[in-house]
Write a protein that binds this ligand. Structure first.
Ligand SMILES: Nc1nc2c([nH]c(=O)n2[C@@H]2O[C@H](COP(=O)(O)OP(=O)(O)OP(=O)(O)O)[C@@H](O)[C@H]2O)c(=O)[nH]1
Ligand SMILES: [Mg+2]
Length: 132
């Protein structure tokens, strides 16, 4: 099975809340809440992919030096295996505005369980909660 590398980020605001994005109708796993990010393209580092995805999805800018490795997901979906590093980021430029029809929500770590996430993300929640 193909392993797909996806880079994702927990953006953390001054109140310690995390930004979740709800996948829009028409995409796979529509309605589930996920961390911003996307597929790493050939020739990109995970950090470069994330910086690009944050511009495309949220119209914010950040820098490699502001991306701290936090944990990762390794999960087999029926059609591919997902390998997803999760970075933490507290510093960016601009205000996140959904560029692709997503719904955005700032969520306290203790409330993350109330937001249905893709199965790959479920083990990341306690890691994030303990770390924050
Ligand atoms: N960004 C992101 N993707 C995730 C998370 N959890 C998870 O299983 N994924 C999966 O990782 C894959 C890649 O995400 P993506 O956002 O780049 O892919 P996409 O299909 O929405 O975009 P695309 O249309 O550009 O290919 C998707 O199958 C997505 O469901 C997550 O927390 N964040
Ligand atoms: Mg994406």
């Amino acid at each position: 099975m193909k392993t797909v590398l996806v880079s994702a980020v927990a953006l953390i605001d001054a109140d310690g809340r995390i930004l979740l994005a709800q996948r829009p109708e028409g995409k796979s796993m529509a309605g589930l809440w996920e961390f911003p990010g996307g597929k790493v393209e050939p020739g990109e580092t995970p950090e470069q992919a994330l910086i690009r995805e944050l511009q495309e999805e949220l119209a914010i800018d950040t820098w490699s030096s502001c991306l701290a490795p936090l944990t990762f997901a390794s999960h087999s979906y029926p059609d591919f295996h997902l390998l997803m590093p999760l970075f933490a980021c507290r510093k960016w430029q601009g205000i996140p505005v959904a560029q692709e029809g997503q719904t955005l929500k700032w969520v306290h770590a203790r409330d993350l369980r109330s937001y249905p996430m893709p199965p790959a993300d479920v083990p990341l929640i306690p890691v994030l909660r303990d770390w924050l």
